[in-house]
Design a protein around this ligand. Structure first.
Ligand code: PLP
Length: 433
């Protein structure tokens, strides 16, 4: 069999260019990281060749003796990495990624059109937590279940638990989801548990963004309060792309969680597990129990704090006023610019981050903020000192964006573009499609 350079130089060249891009840029996307070389080796191994529908010891194909050993090892490491007692908690390591893991939970514990509540997308939640707009049910979660989002208090930037309680009392959800994609603070699990109990709802935490921080006990432990905890494996945890579902080994609200969740993963929504990913995940979960991993996660948080305080010194408004975790959310609206423009300008300088909605935004396409994360560059060895420099570079990019916008606003080109977009422009109809 030929190697990639010989078999497909075109794909090889694209991979090489992407490698260069990753190497040369400042990677500040909060959901990304650089996984371990050993994880890549497992993910690129012969494990990808094997079909193993079912669970260890209960497969639908022969030849699974090694895969059984691997998946059992991965499950055990997952429970150990999150300090869980295997008699009380179980885990399914087969979900293909975070969104499927969440949908599998909903399928397991809800009936079609049952009600759920997650954090609003524009306030930091994830699509798979029930996203819909007034016009359209966007996520499958809102197509097959009835969703009502809770939100942040716009003046504090913190989850409005009082309002959540009030809404839950009226809406009577069967499931309340904690967790977010762009929330710089920790969740109040005891409060959410109380709210869930008051309406007879399950409580699930989607710790995708912060699972590395949870494993290292840098943030509060969701397992003390939730019935179910889901996660991706490729963000702060530093593993391969995948997902996991942790469940209480108990019957909750009449549902035997272990049976329901395992059945929802397979045969409910998936076929054969991706054994190469499970191999890579097992490796990552071994690392996650090391002292170096704990030191890394502490550094992720310290770096993020250094970034947040430098940005504050430079006069930026941060949603919630700072950060307890691995990300900051900058509200650019007081500067009269948007996140989309800043993302573009910084991209040109090889600083990679993403535009993000901030509470109170009118448009999701041109949102008023940017999200900045510390996990990836911490993996590459950055400390507080470098993150302070990162804040200064971002500041420079923002200044350039402001200057460019100001320069363009008085220019002939800007006037001409306004004319082209106006109804008076005679060619408009010809290009409207
Ligand atoms: N949950 C949260 C909180 C996320 O932030 C994400 C992705 O960013 C997901 C789930 C979905 O993960 P995936 O993209 O792997 O489906």
């Amino acid at each position: 069999d030929n190697g990639l350079s010989e078999a497909d130089p075109e794909v090889r060249a694209i991979i090489d260019m992407e490698k260069q891009r990753q190497f040369k840029s400042l990677e500040l996307i909060a959901s990304e990281n650089f996984t371990y070389r050993a994880v890549m080796e497992a993910v690129g191994s012969c494990l990808t060749n094997k079909y193993s529908e079912g669970l260890p010891g209960k497969r639908y194909y022969g030849g699974n003796e090694h895969i059984d050993e691997l998946e059992t090892l991965c499950q055990r490491r997952a429970l150990d990495a999150f300090h869980l007692d295997g008699k009380k908690w179980g885990v399914n390591v087969q979900p293909l990624s975070g969104s499927p893991a969440n949908f599998e939970v909903y399928t397991a514990i809800l009936k079609p059109h049952d009600r759920l509540m997650g954090l609003d997308l524009s306030h930091g939640g994830h699509l798979s937590h029930g996203f819909m707009t007034p016009k359209r049910r966007v996520s499958g979660t809102s197509i097959y279940f009835e969703s009502m989002s809770y939100r942040l208090n716009e003046s504090t930037g913190l989850v409005d638990y009082d309002k959540l309680e009030e809404m839950a009392d009226r809406f009577k959800p069967k499931l309340i989801i904690a967790g977010a994609s762009a929330y710089p603070r920790d969740f109040d699990y005891p409060r959410m548990r109380k709210i869930a109990d008051s309406v007879g709802a399950f409580l699930m935490m989607d710790m995708a963004h912060i699972s590395g921080l949870v494993a290292a006990s840098v943030l509060a432990n969701p397992f003390d309060y939730c019935d179910i905890v889901t996660t991706t494996t490729h963000k702060s945890l530093r593993g391969p792309r995948g997902g996991m579902i942790f469940f209480k080994k108990d019957t909750v609200l009449g549902v035997d969680l272990e049976t329901a969740i395992n059945n929802a993963v397979f045969p409910g929504l998936q076929g054969g597990p991706h054994n190469h990913t499970i191999g890579g995940l097992a490796v990552c979960l071994k690392y996650a129990q090391s002292p170096e991993f704990k030191a890394y996660q502490n550094q992720v948080v310290s770096n993020c704090r250094a970034l947040a305080s430098r940005l504050t010194e430079l006069g930026y408004k941060l949603v919630s006023g700072g950060s307890d975790n691995h990300l900051v959310l900058v509200d650019l609206r007081p500067l009269g610019i948007d996140g989309a423009r800043v993302e573009k300008i910084l991209d040109m300088a090889s600083i990679t981050l993403n535009k993000n909605s901030v509470p109170g935004d009118k448009s999701a396409v041109v949102p008023g903020g940017i999200r900045i994360g510390s996990p990836a560059m911490t993996t590459r060895g950055f400390t507080e000192k470098e993150f302070i420099a990162v804040a200064d570079y971002i500041h420079e990019g923002v200044q350039i964006t402001i200057d460019a916008k100001r320069a363009a606003s008085g220019s002939k080109l800007q006037d001409f573009m306004k004319f082209v977009a106006s109804p008076e422009f005679s060619l408009k109809d010809q290009v409207s499609d």
